[in-house]
Design a binder for this molecule. Structure first.
Ligand SMILES: NC(=O)c1ccc[n+]([C@@H]2O[C@H](COP(=O)([O-])OP(=O)(O)OC[C@H]3O[C@@H](n4cnc5c(N)ncnc54)[C@H](O)[C@@H]3O)[C@@H](O)[C@H]2O)c1
Length: 368
């Protein structure tokens, strides 16, 4: 069977996936969709694609089997639900949805699960951290039981605002950007730091206590804007469903080059990834450097090569296409996606209550 796929949102990020979708041996037809006619025409010419649509409604009215959505982060959940209701499998970039109101995010999580259950279509959230080389390495170690029991884990996304993020805000809002749109809520985009921990340990967050840091004189993270948030940095301590403790740091004011990764500590072995490299350690004193560039998982030859975000793009495409063709839930399905998302929402609430310990809602495991 070959799959027909619509790529929705041909902006900065989505454009990097078009060639991979085209190259996948199980994809027979690719359509492009963007509201911006100029951008759409440029991508159509670049990739030699003639089937183009100027709205999500239009592409969903065709007979494509699946859509991969790379629109602005506040559009993902409603668009994925619309796609599933139109009988398409749906992939979105992360996160599930990004909004200032945490309760509204949780309502969209409810609706996403309800739509996936009701329609029987597959939803996948494209969390890049889960397919970086270090995630592939640690999944292999976890499968070999080399960690023992997980005792402590750390997930972090360090991305200083000065590293492109002011421009990202401006281009995503487009004409709607003005001073009132300054800021964001780091914990409302938590999936890079929660995803690796949850994916590899197999446990999920049940409780959280979170603290926030407001930089003196900050003019971006301020009250009274759409986001109404002063915390540029938020650090949370989580109780996990298997009893281990996890610490997650979402930092937007930080003097480092930037990293989204994790450290995992088990009772028998441990993995650390720093700016300097990666190491695997064992209780008997073993400590070996891991050459992440040599870590691989199965991938069609057509997709091999240096894809973005630590090699993850090619694996994300392969996982979504394979799941649709094989008739199975993708690894980061709707149930797993909301487990990546909700901990951040509740962490932000905790940070507004001076670190009060709060319970995290859970939607259970994906059906088989
Ligand atoms: N590491 C990662 O996982 C990672 C990295 C970068 C971006 N992202 C995510 O990717 C998404 C896209 O980011 P970007 O920087 O490419 O944004 P962008 O603004 O460059 O692109 C979004 C595109 O979607 C189009 N669009 C919006 N609504 C549409 C609709 N209804 N139908 C068709 N097209 C529509 C816009 O015209 C625009 O071209 C974001 O949600 C972001 O969170 C994830």
């Amino acid at each position: 069977m070959s799959l027909s796929v619509g790529v929705v949102g041909c902006g900065a990020f989505g454009s990097r996936f078009i060639g991979l979708v085209q190259a996948h041996p199980l994809v027979g037809r690719v359509a492009l969709c963007d509201l911006d006619a100029d951008k759409l025409a440029a991508r159509a010419e670049e990739f030699g694609i003639s089937e183009c649509y100027l709205s999500l409604d239009e592409v969903l009215a065709t007979d494509v089997d699946a859509v991969m959505i790379f629109t602005q982060p506040w559009l993902h959940a409603p668009q994925a639900i619309q796609a599933m209701e139109a009988g398409k499998h749906a992939y979105t970039a992360v996160p599930v949805i990004m909004l200032p109101d945490g309760d509204e995010i949780l309502e969209w999580c409810d609706r996403l699960i309800e739509a996936a259950e009701r329609t029987g279509q597959y939803y996948m959230m494209g969390e890049t951290t889960c397919y970086r080389h270090e995630a592939i390495f640690c999944r292999q170690k976890a499968a070999e039981k080399a960690f023992g029991h997980f005792a402590y884990s750390e997930g972090h996304y360090f991305h200083d605002m000065s590293h492109g993020l002011y421009d990202v805000a401006r281009w995503r809002w487009g004409d709607q950007f003005d001073d009132s749109k300054r800021g964001s809520i780091p914990m409302h985009y938590p999936t890079h730091s929660t995803g690796g921990i949850i994916d590899i340990t197999g446990a999920h967050m049940t409780h959280v206590s979170c603290m926030g840091y407001a930089m003196p004189g900050d003019e971006w993270f301020v009250r009274g804007t759409y986001w109404d948030n002063i915390y540029a940095d938020q650090v949370a301590l989580f109780r996990m469903s298997d009893g281990h403790t996890a610490r997650v740091a979402e930092l937007r004011r930080v003097g480092t080059p930037g990293i989204d990764s994790f450290n995992l500590y088990g009772t028998e072995g441990a993995f650390e990834r720093s700016f300097a490299g990666a190491v695997w350690m064992t209780k008997d004193g073993g400590c070996e450097e891991v050459d992440l560039s040599k870590v691989e998982a199965p991938l069609p030859d057509e997709l091999r090569g240096d894809s973005g975000h630590g090699g993850s793009h090619a694996y994300l495409v392969h996982e979504f296409i394979s799941a649709c063709v094989e008739g199975r839930q993708p690894r980061v399905n709707a149930w797993q996606a909301v487990r990546f998302m909700a901990p951040g929402v509740i962490a932000h609430k905790s940070s507004l209550r001076d670190g009060e310990l709060l319970e995290i809602p859970d939607w259970g495991d994906a059906p088989d």
